[in-house]
Design a protein around this ligand. Structure first.
Ligand code: SF4
Length: 81
């Protein structure tokens, strides 16, 4: 997946540190910005595809992305059973 979408991200002129928060409040601040970002879907997909561990991407926290990946793995295993 390419990275052209990044130029349209709502975060492009913000401090990147906002998207690498150290606590839950910081995560919520980032998620509020992502909430009406026009490329949130691509951003989330990129982070999932590239297995990006840190930060808020596409409005999803590290924990939320791990959950999504786990669900995908489980449904993939179930589909093959
Ligand atoms: S979804 Fe959030 S992190 Fe991703 S490009 Fe948009 S504002 Fe930036």
């Amino acid at each position: 997946m390419g990275t052209e979408w990044m130029t349209e991200g709502k975060c492009r002129e913000l401090d990147p540190a906002i998207f690498f928060p150290s606590d839950g409040i910081g995560v919520q601040v980032a998620q509020r910005i992502c909430a009406d970002c026009p490329v949130a879907e691509q951003c989330l997909q990129y982070a999932l595809d590239e297995r990006v561990d840190h930060g808020v991407w596409g409005g999803k926290s590290e924990r939320e992305r791990r959950r999504i990946l786990r669900r995908r793995r489980l449904s993939h295993v179930a589909a093959r059973a």
